[in-house]
Design a protein around this ligand. Sequence first.
Ligand SMILES: Nc1nc2c(c(=O)[nH]1)N[C@H]1C(S)=C(S)[C@@H](COP(=O)(O)O)O[C@H]1N2
Ligand SMILES: [Mo]
Length: 424
Amino acid sequence: MRDPNPFLAEHRELTRRYFLKVGASSLAATGLLSLPRTVSASGSLSPNDAEKVERFESYLTPDERFADVSRGNPVPHGLPDEKKREVGMTRDTWKLEIISDPDPEHKVRLRSPLTQKDGTALDFPGLLKLAEKHAVRFAKIMTCLNLGCPLGMGIWEGVPLRELVMMTQPRYDVRRVFYYGYHNDDPQQMFRSSLPMGRILEDYYDLPPVIACYKFNGQWLSPERGGPVRIVVPEGYGFKSIKWITHVVLTNLPHANDTYAEEGNDVDSPLKSFAAFLSAPRKHKAGEPLPLSGYAQVGISGLRKVQVWIEPKGASRPDDDPYFTTAPWTDVEILPPPEKWGGGLPDDKLPLPIHGFDPETGRPLKWPLRLCAAHWAGVLPGLEPGRYTLRVRAVDENGIGQPLPRPSRKSGRAQIEQITLDVA
Ligand SMILES: Nc1nc2c(c(=O)[nH]1)N[C@H]1C(S)=C(S)[C@@H](COP(=O)(O)O)O[C@H]1N2
Ligand SMILES: [Mo]
């Protein structure tokens, strides 16, 4: 029988095994949980449930289910094919310039800049030539700093940006690297991001490199995802991963000059950890165990636990504890890696090797994976009739609960999600 809910195939399989294991198989057999009608998540920008579920239907998000928040008028990926060819937005016309900052105050010395004028700009075959030796792949969740829900999960493949930058033979005066893509040749529309030179050159801790990316989930990067080539910054929010990349500029400027700095955003903030519901009942029978499940984003400080907490609506709380750090949270289970990764991978196979995965078995070396999604599930004991507030949070590897240690919304959304539940 077809499940009436457009519920997550892989999430369902994982939660089914979990509910069987904890002896709640009757819950598993009923096709799991009814989807909430609205998840009153962190803000008005949250997508509706159906959309959220579609993005996480499988562990990896198929390109057509990825959310798109591109700016531009018209959006560059919507240009007609002929125009795309004309402006270098196809694999056979793409060119990348890597140059010094034209501002005389911030210019740097490069022995061999890559320019269109001198015929030295990098083209797509040149990038693939570098890929033969240097290609890397990693899994990453793409999340907009300002939205409550990630846009999707992918395996991103590319050449470390340092390989391209070093082709210019820079001297010691480069402090920062900024980069932007095609935006209708309109300075007003330019979308730019930046990183310290040190981050381009070195991969701190166990981070993968910053890449010039040409493949997503094993296929050429689509125009929607920023193809033919975009930057992908593993630990960054979406705005660092510039699409339709055409220019990399090396500068002596010591500070960020990101387009996203407008509107008060914190442009040096790496991904935060947070948890969210994918399924939770809005109405529930008194005395019956309460099955819950969802996903978490594993931020830069990892994910030690996911926890839920239910309290009678309107119960009084200490007013010096806005993030509920002293509430009686209950651990739920972080589910194991999926058997099927989804995401439209060719032949349903992971393209190995992938950073953080065993190159032989294709299984992740650690779980959950940093800077990726993780799924969770749990069962709470039955409740007395009444109206309740249900909450979920992530606890990072330092033992700090969401939204701490960085509660500011402008450094990435991580508000604690809450849902109202009626028990009768
Ligand atoms: N050139 C360009 N790159 C861009 C943007 C843009 O508008 N133009 N939007 C950025 C923002 S704000 C986000 S959140 C991510 C979204 O990536 P996605 O479209 O692959 O989901 O792309 C980033 N890269
Ligand atoms: Mo964004």
